[in-house]
Design a protein. Structure first.
Length: 170
């Protein structure tokens, strides 16, 4: 396999089809919201507080991957600014060609331009390959975030409470 140079550049509205294709891969085919996804990308392109970038082949402009950079605190209780890397994805057939490293390097440059010392990325728990990739680049776990619908949590809480009450009764 020959390695070709990778360049990272800001996206434009002309890149929307490539973003949608990469977004489809990011969500693993669960894309029934293509219209709203297109609007979210359009909003991100227009928002000066977000920086949506595309990794492309330097000679071909072929889209290889994308990422979104935003600035906020590294932690809700600590006012330490960080660049958050989200929606980071490299097309499956383009992996191991330097696009992921180019996206992280672009995030580091984005942070340095703003005088920010920290990068934060969220990795889906099922993506062991991505977790290993970021660990090799120096990222360490900060916290485990779990998510659940409120209705499920309420149901489970009420089940636990009723189990405790039934165990206490003679």
């Amino acid at each position: 396999m020959s390695w070709k140079p990778v360049r990272v550049r800001p996206v434009t509205l002309d890149d929307l089809p490539a973003l949608l294709e990469l977004g489809e891969e990011l969500s693993k085919g669960a894309s029934k919201l293509n219209g709203s996804r297109a609007q979210r990308y359009t909003d991100a392109i227009a928002d000066p507080d977000r920086h949506l970038v595309l990794a492309v082949g330097d000679d071909s402009e072929e889209p290889l991957g994308m990422a979104l950079f935003t600035v906020s605190s590294a932690n809700a209780l600590v006012d330490l600014p960080a660049v958050h890397i989200s929606h980071a994805v490299v097309g499956h057939r383009h992996r191991r060609r330097g696009a992921g490293k180019a996206l992280v390097a672009a995030a580091a440059s984005f942070a340095e331009e703003r005088g920010i010392d920290q990068l934060v990325i969220s990795v889906h728990p099922s993506s062991r390959e991505a977790a290993r990739f970021y660990a090799r680049l120096g990222f360490a776990p900060l916290a485990v975030r779990r998510t659940a619908p409120v209705t499920v949590v309420r149901r489970r809480l009420s089940q636990r409470l009723s189990q405790r009450l039934s165990q206490r009764r003679p």
